[in-house]
Ligand binder design. Structure first.
Ligand code: 5GP
Ligand code: MN
Length: 337
């Protein structure tokens, strides 16, 4: 948590109406959007003028989140977003640890601003850009950090059903449905409070996970056919080429969660999914692991990325095939570390 003096400074800033902008990482997920919209709704109740600027579009499966109509997309509404950001009194940066995580375009703009920033995040190794820093990798989600932050400011009564629903969403998605190791008693105490405040947990689950299109399931089928196992390395991986994505009319969010299938195989402790993106000229990679296999370090070292010890991401500018070959070659080093 922030120190007591930081908390009282933030509380002082928030004691009169301010222009506040919230920013999350590119390709926002449930935790990025949930924490941002939950905080936005909380701060609006205190009569601040609050905006949420997302670097790019959010996936359809999160479009039902309360206040999602308030999102300003930097890469689509650039002039509006720049005006909002440059007029802010305070900028919250949520669920990321380095300004470039908002993408090169928005990241380089954020670096030109001299507006105080607050960082709230649970990723490894935060950069040094924020005036107020709440970085703690023991949390399973930024949403749970937002919950503790709101409580530390004595604003718990502002957690209405909508705020609670946003926060619950990020806790649910980032914990893989309360199953990842950072799910603690504190997580469940928090969730109990959120449900008491009106979250319909069953409905949230349905909205997030029972909303697939037929094409998405066919794409999943293709991905599972493409799954390869490297038994000696205790690893597996999935590829999806642009052609395969096009075949199933890929939409943003369709590949969410597919990477996890690679870890469900006995004796596999490291997995990855490689997704070709011809428009951006990259292969987007997600890594997952169990136990001491540190995919954050691995993604940082070899694939221009980072994240958490057991869940990280990165990108490659080589072809799909070359990227997979690099992965396999580098895996041997990971295992020998
Ligand atoms: P996912 O694989 O679900 O996209 O991401 C897993 C975790 O790694 C998330 O916490 C995400 O924020 C982080 N992550 C994903 N891609 C990147 C990347 O390119 N760079 C860094 N530093 N982190 C990433
Ligand atoms: Mn997160």
């Amino acid at each position: 948590m922030f120190s007591q003096s930081e908390l009282s400074e933030i509380k002082h800033i928030l004691s009169t109406p301010k222009k506040i902008t919230i920013v999350s990482h590119r390709n926002p997920d449930g935790d990025a959007m949930g924490s941002s919209l939950g905080l936005l709704n909380t701060l609006k109740q205190l009569n601040h003028e609050v905006f949420y600027v997302s670097p790019n579009e959010f996936p359809d499966f999160l479009a039902w989140l309360p206040n999602s109509k308030d999102v300003v997309v930097f890469e689509r509404e650039t002039e509006k977003a720049k005006a909002i950001l440059s007029n802010s009194d305070l900028i919250f940066t949520l669920d990321f640890n380095a300004l470039h995580r908002t993408g090169d375009f928005m990241g380089s703009y954020l670096e030109t601003l001299s507006i105080p920033m607050v960082l709230i995040d649970h990723h490894e190794l935060p950069d040094n850009y924020a005036k107020y820093l709440f970085s703690d990798t023991s949390y399973g989600s930024t949403c749970q950090m937002i919950y503790d932050f709101i409580n530390a400011l004595d604003f718990n009564p502002l957690i209405n059903k909508d705020v609670a629903t946003c926060i619950y969403t990020g806790i649910l998605t980032d914990s893989g449905g309360f199953r990842f190791p950072k799910t603690t008693p504190a997580t469940h105490h928090c969730v109990a409070d959120l449900i008491e405040k009106g979250v319909n947990n069953s409905e949230v689950y349905n909205l997030l996970y029972d909303n697939s299109t037929y094409n998405r399931l066919q794409l999943l089928g293709k991905a599972l056919q493409n799954l390869r196992i490297l038994p000696d390395l205790h690893a597996s991986y999935i590829t999806l080429s642009q052609e395969e994505l096009d075949m199933f009319h890929y939409q943003k969010g369709d590949t969410e969660g597919i990477v996890n299938y690679g870890l469900t195989i006995k004796d596999v402790f490291i997995t990855a999914i490689f997704i070709e993106n011809k428009e951006e000229g990259i292969i987007k990679i997600s890594f997952r692991s169990q136990g001491n296999y540190d995919v954050n370090k691995f993604a940082r070292m070899y694939f221009n990325g980072g994240g958490h010890i057991n869940a990280a991401g990165g990108k490659s500018f080589s072809s799909l095939e070359e990227t997979v070959n690099q992965f396999i070659a580098n895996l041997a080093n990971l295992n020998h570390q």
